[in-house]
Design a protein around this ligand. Sequence first.
Ligand SMILES: *[C@@H]1O[C@H](CO)[C@@H](O)[C@H](O)[C@H]1NC(C)=O
Ligand SMILES: *[C@@H]1O[C@H](CO)[C@@H](O)[C@H](O)[C@H]1NC(C)=O
Ligand SMILES: *[C@@H]1O[C@H](CO)[C@@H](O)[C@H](O)[C@H]1NC(C)=O
Ligand SMILES: *[C@@H]1O[C@H](CO)[C@@H](O)[C@H](O)[C@H]1NC(C)=O
Ligand SMILES: *[C@@H]1O[C@H](CO)[C@@H](O)[C@H](O)[C@H]1NC(C)=O
Ligand SMILES: *[C@@H]1O[C@H](CO)[C@@H](O)[C@H](O)[C@H]1NC(C)=O
Ligand SMILES: *[C@@H]1O[C@H](CO)[C@@H](O)[C@H](O)[C@H]1NC(C)=O
Length: 826
Amino acid sequence: MAQFESRSWRKRLYLLLGILLLCSTICWIGVRGDEEEHETDAVGQQEEEEYDDDDEDEEDNDDDDDDRETVADHMEELRRVVGLQFPMLEDTDDPSLAARKVSQHLASEGLHQRLETIFSKTKTAECRAKIAEHLSYFVNAIALEQNLPFSDLTFSNECGEPVYMWDDLPEDMHPGMIQNRTYQPPRNETEYLDDPADLKLCYGILTHDNPDATIRLIEALYEPGHVFVVHVDGKEEFESTQHALEAYAAKHEYVHILQHPNRVRVNWGGFSMVNATLQMLQYSLAVDDTTREPLEFHKFVHLSSSSYPLASNSEIRIQLASYPLDANFLNIVMQPIRPGHHAWHYFVECDDSLHRIYQLPALASSTSNADMFTSSQWFIISRDFAEYLATPEPGSFVHDYLTYIEHVVVADETFFGTVLRHTSFCHQHHNRNFLHLQFDRWESELPAGLRDERKCPMPNPDHCGRSPTIMTIDYADILELSGELFARKFDDTIDPHVKDIIDDWRIKRENQIQSGMRPNDFRPKSMDFEGHGVLIVAKETVNDETPLCLGLGPTGNAMRLTPCFHDYIVPSLSEEWETGAVIQEETPLHLRWQVSPCTSDGDLKRTPSGLINVTKGAYSTTGPRCMLKQIDGLRAGRCFDGQQLSLQPGGDIQVYPCVQQWFQFVSFGDGEHAPIGSLYSIIPSHIVQQIQNLGHAQSPYMCFGVRGRGSQDEMDWADETTQDDTASNKTEDAAILPLSNWKGEQLITTQCSNKDAVIEWVFVPYIVEETSKDGATEKTMTNIDGEEKSTIVNSSDEEKGEGSPVKDGNNNPTSNDNKSDDHNEL
Ligand SMILES: *[C@@H]1O[C@H](CO)[C@@H](O)[C@H](O)[C@H]1NC(C)=O
Ligand SMILES: *[C@@H]1O[C@H](CO)[C@@H](O)[C@H](O)[C@H]1NC(C)=O
Ligand SMILES: *[C@@H]1O[C@H](CO)[C@@H](O)[C@H](O)[C@H]1NC(C)=O
Ligand SMILES: *[C@@H]1O[C@H](CO)[C@@H](O)[C@H](O)[C@H]1NC(C)=O
Ligand SMILES: *[C@@H]1O[C@H](CO)[C@@H](O)[C@H](O)[C@H]1NC(C)=O
Ligand SMILES: *[C@@H]1O[C@H](CO)[C@@H](O)[C@H](O)[C@H]1NC(C)=O
Ligand SMILES: *[C@@H]1O[C@H](CO)[C@@H](O)[C@H](O)[C@H]1NC(C)=O
């Protein structure tokens, strides 16, 4: 195997992550793969970071302000830029003439150059006039000693809810609590639809090319009662899309295609993107159009033609109708953005381009009574909020904010959420948009020549946007488990099949609902291990003095190889205990896992010997994938997480809040992709590709292993700091050391081919003790020395019923006096 420049690689990963985090504070970074669409994911990624309360954080790449200069440099730079000695003043005594000479000189040097640069991207006199006008606002502000544009505005704020900065929270709060804003009051307290079947949706779809994708989307979503409004980018090159969709709409009265002049020429990151959405809202509500009735709908669903539904139509209705009629589903980063002056600019949009003019004051409650929030432009909103957006009344927040946002990049990420959070609609905000997407393509990752420069519009050429991952068949499993109603982005030219797979399960689920099942009845599958969780044991240590299990330390998120049992339990273990079952009190906390949810394609079964037998599915050659969740102790509810950016060999394995992204799924070794008994992660092909592009070999399958054992695969990637003498000495011997030497050690990802490092696991279900028939509850257990021992049982446990252990699902009490027998039960 090649020796990698591991350090720089890992550093690079951290750097990327740093930028990713920064992205949620500087909202213009958060971008899309084509000119029509971009957004922030922000929330998922951010939550993950912010929940991370006790592990070391990635380097904070605060490159917003790291180009700070010294005062001397600063003065030097000022003089250089002006570059002027004003010799022309020497031969004039007339102040007025002197003034004229100086202003002409200034205009002929810096100003002229600047305008020439800006104008090089323009085509029309009209656009140049517009740029000149806006640049004059700034130049004149200085000349006339006035405030720069937008520097002294105040806005009305009708929300009234407190606003928090993550690093300045009250003691008892954490970002997750604020981010996880829900709106689902009791049914008797606000208006709900009684019957989800009555829910009428207006789907607003932005598109530019590939009319077939829009038609497929409409056909997938159509049910009587729903309507569709489509905006096709107004540029000439998309006329064929427009015509194809008009022809389709002519035969389907519920489909409406916007016409000129309501079609907007859409530019990446510009206000035109917001405007296109506003045009659809205005059309739906027949604003300024007395020739039509407004469309009938309860909710407006904003999608792009590269979206596709994951849930069946009934599921969509049932889900949305489980919230009040006035609920607004927007995904907003609830911490205001506070961009520095290097990162926030005033733009003018014309001639299909964005033209950067000057720094723009960012809004903040302290100065302008308003804060800016990053949000996704894909949302589902109430009819009332749609009306508010579509008809900006003078004096309203949206009316004023529109004049500001027109000059902001990326406007669409900074518009809808900010408006919502400053109006009374903020009280009906559910902070989730039911859209799955993942961002792991950054324009700045690409070499300068290959970038889409529209996505790097800032003075710093490395400040670029990022693009959502194209969903291919690789992601079918992830999409199935996402729990969302919609996903993007799809590209039929890259993978036409993944939608067929989705259609299969949508149809299956729809039929199930029609036959009376509720959505919760059939999604998703799980390995339930008798329903009480599972102990995951390193097979090699089963007969050791201290069997080792997949667990956590007493604190922290790191997944470790920890002792499976309390000390006093071990001597009583029977032969082949691993094929039996355990009860909760026998194991320390943080060892009880739930293997759920799992994807439905293929099958997983526990064999009598405790291994998992994998059956391939129709499209999942590796069998089902599952999430692995802690169900006890401090970290209950957290999921296995392979840390998106460090899934390379040597990456730490942890638990984090569950975000349903690929790095939180495990697969089970089938002997083909990974050794039987192993747990592994599948790395999506585009990430593998990214790594290979950097000159590294990368397997798509990464197993759970330990550091320093087995061949050198993972050492190739480990930080150089660990490759000192001790490490290499250890490595050579370590290949043959028993696994017990790794007791308490952090687990890492390792190549599945690294046989000795890869751990094989057996799965031992937990069973639960129940209160015995006569109601007596045992509070003590006799430990192996015959001492009466106060067990883990305490009052809260008692309520669940502790006492004689029983075989689960079989009311057959066994003695509690000698625990050893219990281990053989199943
Ligand atoms: C978010 O809030 C809801 C309801 O308040 C709760 O059920 C859910 O567990 C919370 N989720 C997280 C991740 O905190
Ligand atoms: C709604 O019903 C719940 C019980 O289901 C009750 O506690 C609550 O007070 C009711 N609220 C109103 C406004 O009637
Ligand atoms: C928004 O689009 C409409 C319709 O094309 C256009 O008339 C209007 O000028 C646009 N607004 C802005 C601020 O560009
Ligand atoms: C695994 O499952 C397959 C099919 O369900 C079965 O034929 C095979 O015998 C099983 N293997 C073991 C070891 O249980
Ligand atoms: C290196 O290995 C030898 C035995 O192989 C052992 O005695 C020695 O302690 C090891 N050195 C270190 C630094 O681990
Ligand atoms: C008993 O339960 C309380 C609260 O649930 C917990 O703080 C305490 O640690 C438990 N005691 C034992 C011995 O588990
Ligand atoms: C378990 O306890 C029963 C009765 O209490 C006793 O007869 C039996 O020998 C014990 N078994 C073991 C393995 O200690």
